[in-house]
Design a protein around this ligand. Sequence first.
Ligand code: 4NP
Length: 154
Amino acid sequence: MAVNILMVCLGNICRSPLAEGILQSKLPKEKFIVDSAGTGDWHAGQQPDKRSIATAKNRGLDITHQRARQIKVSDFEKFDYIYVMDTSNYNNVAKLAPNNITKAKISLMMDALYPEQGTEVPDPYFGGNDGFEKVYDMLDEACTIVANNLLKKH
Ligand code: 4NP
């Protein structure tokens, strides 16, 4: 059976679309399904931010097929692992979790690289292109660890 992984940020147009594309590129598609969602619904139905698309393209990743959506309660059943980008995302997602078992599926993305440090993937939405490059580098490093752990475990 496939392992389902959900990447979550606020708008689902900047950080989590990159996280989705990066992690999926490091895992075999037959076994691992990676998706992303936002805690907010303002951008539902939209393509990722142009700057995320461009940053991904520079690194050889096409994320143009992605469309933003808001996280929903049924995601807690469907997904085995839920990675959030920052503490605010964590709190918002944890509030929606139906119970402690589903709540335990949530972890901070950068904890994969720096356990229990509470490191956040900064929201690049209101900044320049360099913010997107930095976000990509952070996610790429963390996703390498997550992918290796998943491949060992499943
Ligand atoms: P994201 O970035 O959470 O990484 O997708 C944001 C995108 C949009 C907004 C905030 C953050 N917004 O306020 O519309």
